[in-house]
Design a protein around this ligand. Structure first.
Ligand SMILES: Cc1cc2nc3c(=O)[nH]c(=O)nc-3n(C[C@H](O)[C@H](O)[C@H](O)COP(=O)(O)OP(=O)(O)OC[C@H]3O[C@@H](n4cnc5c(N)ncnc54)[C@H](O)[C@@H]3O)c2cc1C
Length: 505
């Protein structure tokens, strides 16, 4: 170890769900942990923000895997997080309403297999065989994944050599030629950000299955999750440092020896878990200890697309009732984002959701927030790449107003009857996500989990240096939490950790 100003067993870099999970697991097992976050508030994409007294979630609108016996609920039980949360399942009148171009009526994608199958068969009566084959396939794939079949050991799944699976697009084309049904079955790709041509069928299945088994919301949204973790960490004696970026990982005698922060503090430690985007790793580590090709691969990982986000309220003071439907506008076929990079946003996928309206905590005021999300491409903000939140040029504001105007117009055309006119309170662009989350290209879900590349694993060549976060194992709140479990598990002994966690079933 180096002689540092500070000393700890493990430094966890980044306080999103992945870092919080890794830190909580290690602290629970008696390790001295320091969690370091570059921004002023911990929580990464889970943080809520307020505008004009109205709360908005950024990166947590709904999740699967939170029912009894499901992996995120089990993990949160193990960590003591679940008891601190009010988790609620979407009721039977909750679903993803898929408005697919060319489809005479919206498809209600229910959050359970039976209702979903019935709805798909009602709308696509001649496609019964394709619908059955798809749903069986998704379930079969997930039977082989330990996070869904908790009887399985973890290591063979993580270390096994996998054959190239079919892409989601190849598979869907093999079972149906109906473009509207293809879009309905591909829709969960919106939740991991890879186009069906590049998405591996098992990745799609692992995200879709989570939601086909049930969708959940949490009172207080992502912020409540962050607050619960912080309480758990405080009880276990873990330290959380905010507003402090880690700039270097130090090594001595061939293993991790500490980190350096932007304030020039040296923190001595023997283990480091880095949960940010892997592209930042080459600049942080002693390059001579890594193979150049590995560092190049990290730098060149292809990213998921970014998002435009409009955070709005309905005009007027109507007291809101909870809305358990997430509304999607999707193109038919397999080009889920509708890659019309030029011109109007009108033909791109669009999601409208209102997670904060579902909070029922008696102490919380009724919320009125509505969120619109649409895929965005990094190149679209090129003229602003050099700017930071402190020095955006006036043209940036005009661009945001233009984007918001187009998305609000599309929402009004599609769902105008639902909320009437919406007034925007904040707008997010790829630049917002880059600067807030340290996400290269503003990538919404980190590096793509796609057939085009191998995402890095937790292990690296430098003993004591581990990777985690949504760009490693899997994306989404569930995927990133599990990435935290895996990297902390690698330090503690993977299979024992897995055994302890799954005993909380
Ligand atoms: C608009 C949007 C909507 C989404 N909706 C959903 C949803 O409804 N359901 C769902 O399951 N998922 C959703 N997601 C995805 C989900 O939010 C993410 O997959 C997950 O939160 C990522 O967690 P993470 O810990 O890997 O990364 P992050 O939450 O990004 O955390 C990484 C943290 O590391 C910090 N960091 C980076 N580098 C350093 C450094 N050098 N030093 C110190 N700190 C550093 C960053 O500041 C950041 O706080 C959404 C994402 C977006 C963007």
């Amino acid at each position: 170890m180096v002689n540092g100003d500070l000393k700890t067993d493990v430094v966890v870099i980044g306080s999103g769900i992945s870092g919080l999970t890794a830190a909580a697991l290690l602290a629970r097992k008696g390790r001295e942990v320091m969690l370091i976050e570059r921004t002023a508030r911990p929580g990464g994409a889970l943080k809520r923000f307020k505008r004009q007294g109205i709360s908005f979630d950024v990166g947590f609108h709904y999740s699967g895997c939170l029912g009894d016996g499901e992996i995120l609920a089990v993990l949160w039980d193990y960590l003591g997080v679940r008891d601190r949360l009010e988790i609620r399942q979407f009721p039977p009148e909750g679903y993803d309403e898929l408005n697919i171009s060319g489809c005479a009526q919206p498809v209600r994608a229910y959050f359970n297999y039976v209702q979903l199958a019935e709805e798909l068969q009602r709308i696509f009566p001649v496609e019964r065989a394709a619908i059955g084959a798809y749903l069986d396939k998704v379930r079969d794939i997930c039977q082989e994944i330990p996070f869904y079949n908790l009887d399985l050991p973890l290591s063979p799944f993580l270390r096994g050599i996998k054959e190239r699976p079919p892409s989601l697009a190849e598979y869907l084309r093999s079972i149906t030629a109906n473009p509207q049904l293809q879009a309905a079955l591909a829709a969960p790709a919106f939740l991991y950000g890879v186009l069906p041509e590049a998405a591996a069928l098992p990745v799609h299945a692992s995200v879709a299955h989570g939601f086909y088994q049930g969708a959940y919301t949490i009172d207080g949204g992502g912020q409540a999750v962050v607050d619960a973790y912080l309480q758990v960490l405080a009880r276990a004696g873990a330290r959380v440092l905010t507003g402090n970026r880690v700039t270097k990982v130090l090594a001595a005698q061939g293993r991790v020896a500490g980190v350096v922060t932007e304030r020039e503090e040296v923190i001595a430690c023997r283990e480091v878990i880095y949960t940010g985007h892997p592209a930042a790793v080459p600049a942080m580590v002693p390059a001579s200890l890594f193979r150049p090709i590995y560092l190049k691969r990290l730098q060149e990982l292809q990213n998921t697309c970014s998002m435009y986000a409009v955070f709005a309220v309905p005009e007027g003071d109507k007291v809101p009732s909870p809305d358990w439907v997430n509304y999607y506008q999707l193109p038919a076929g397999l080009d889920l984002v509708a890659r019309h990079r030029e011109g109007s946003l009108a033909r791109r996928s669009l999601m409208m959701t209102s997670p904060e309206r579902r909070d029922t905590g008696s102490l919380r005021e009724p919320n009125r927030g509505i969120i619109l999300l649409s895929p965005a491409f990094w190149s679209e903000g090129e003229r602003f790449w050099d700017s930071t939140p402190r020095n955006r040029p006036p043209a940036y504001k005009a661009w945001k107003e233009e984007v918001a105007g187009e998305m609000l117009a599309a929402a009004r055309r599609q769902w105008g009857a639902r909320y009437g006119a919406l007034r925007p309170l904040a707008v997010g662009t790829p630049l917002t996500f880059r600067d807030e989350l340290a996400a290269p290209e503003g990538a919404a879900y980190g590096a793509q989990h796609s057939l085009l590349q191998h995402n890095p694993t937790a292990r690296t060549r430098l003993p004591g240096f581990w990777l985690s976060g949504q760009s490693t194992l899997m994306t989404g709140v569930v995927g990133a939490a599990l990435a935290g479990l895996v990297s902390a598990g690698e330090i503690l002994e993977l299979e024992n950790t897995w055994e302890e966690v799954r005993q909380c079933r």
